[in-house]
Design a protein around this ligand. Structure first.
Ligand code: C5P
Length: 390
């Protein structure tokens, strides 16, 4: 069985794979830098960043959905898919192929599209997106806690545990069956992350966790490795559950991907805004309010690195959605494991991260486990690593 499995060649590298890998590592690095490069009293609000992410992603998805609502799949499908290397299949089957020639006047066409879009966005099954939406908001907030307390490379390696949770939820919710080699791979994944964690944990509550991070990179913040790992563990849980749930909704119900994204963003607004308003009411956080009212306080210290983090996350969300919909899922795992190497090399260069033996050993185990997990025959339809976006 093992021989048969390893004979299956891995999927060829694609633009989508590279795009996601670069996005993953860029996010880990830029998010980490954006959090540790200023003293805590001048930190920007992670809640605002998550809210901006959802508003921008929802807005972009709305534009795509609007175009698809009138012009049919190929308009957005061809451009977005060519960028990301996927097949141009966007647009729901129900999308009427309204060409401009068939529309009576520009306004009539716009109104028809808006009506159609509104019907799709507020369809009776839209509430299904509320669960992944809430989970993703929690996850995106937890990512900031993790990136604030772990160096970029350790964060990336630990975050691989989401493969484990994704597999678990896929077995539980989607009734997927895993090969014995995949269970072994998952065990090694846990061991690898454990090795990285032990050596970082030994040096927790220091500004140089795991002996990784030197004075370079302009760090001003004390890192708390235990807090960071707990945040990663929780983020892995939500990543797995949200990803699998989103996959279930996407693949079991008809509907345009961009409409689903709009629904996801809409349901995210409540959990995004609620903590901001609550915290603003209590006013415990000078970073958030800065004594200048909610509006201005929201963007206190929200500088170029905060916006860069948001932009990378918005882009990542859109790519992830496409990967969940169109990928054979295996690609996402490869992208994520590639990003470990990228973040590692970038951390050495940018943050003067010192290479320690446990870190290299743990990372090597994680990478090998990732590779082993993906050695599977596609014909029996097993989901790959990162299935469902986890
Ligand atoms: O780490 P993981 O792959 O689970 O992260 C998925 C990310 O993609 C989350 O930040 C989530 O908000 C985003 N996402 C999205 N739209 C989707 C699915 C995921 O923005 N349809």
């Amino acid at each position: 069985r093992f021989i048969a499995v390893t004979n299956i060649p891995p999927p060829p590298p694609s633009r989508r794979l590279i795009t996601l890998a670069v996005q993953n590592s860029a996010l880990a690095i830029v998010m980490h830098y954006s959090r540790v490069s200023t003293p805590p009293e001048r930190a920007y609000s992670a809640g605002t960043a998550v809210l901006m992410n959802e508003i921008l992603k929802g807005g972009i998805s709305l534009v795509f959905a609007f175009v698809n609502a009138g012009a049919g799949a190929p308009v957005i499908g061809s451009s977005a898919s060519s960028l990301l290397g996927s097949t141009p299949m966007l647009g729901s089957a129900s999308s009427p192929m309204l060409g401009s020639s068939s529309e009576k006047g520009v306004m009539g066409g716009v109104v028809r599209r808006v009506r159609k879009l509104a019907r799709e966005v507020f369809s009776p099954d839209c509430w299904k997106l509320s669960i992944p939406a809430i989970l993703y908001v929690i996850q995106n907030n937890l990512q900031y806690v993790a990136a604030s307390n772990l160096d970029a490379a350790t964060f990336q390696v630990s975050y691989q545990m989401k493969i484990l949770t994704t597999a678990g939820f896929s077995v539980l919710l989607l009734k997927k069956k895993l090969l014995s080699t995949q269970w072994i791979a998952l065990l090694f994944l846990a061991i690898g992350v454990g090795v990285v964690q032990i050596q970082s944990g030994c040096n927790s509550n220091s500004s140089s966790p795991g002996g990784h991070e030197g004075a370079g990179g302009g760090d001003h913040t004390t890192l708390h490795a235990t807090k960071g790992f707990l945040a990663v563990a929780a983020a892995c849980f939500t990543s797995g559950l949200a990803g699998v749930y989103f996959e279930m909704v996407l693949k079991n119900t008809p509907g345009d991907l961009w409409v689903r994204n709009v629904q996801l963003s809409l349901f995210s607004l409540v959990p995004c805004v609620a903590p901001i308003l609550l915290s603003s009411a209590r006013n415990p956080n000078p970073n958030l309010n800065a004594g200048v009212g909610v509006g201005a306080g929201l963007f206190a210290h929200f500088g170029v690195w905060a916006w860069a983090t948001v932009a990378i996350q918005v882009f990542g969300g859109l790519v992830t959605a496409m990967v969940i919909k169109y990928s054979d899922n295996i690609l996402k795992g490869f992208a994520t494991s590639l990003s470990i190497v990228m973040s590692f090399m970038a951390s050495v260069y940018l943050f003067e991260m010192r290479i320690s033996f446990p870190f290299v050993l743990g990372s090597a185990i994680v990478l090998n486990a990732t590779w082993l997990y993906n050695q599977q025959p596609r014909r029996i339809g097993l989901g790959g690593l990162g299935m469902g976006g986890g």
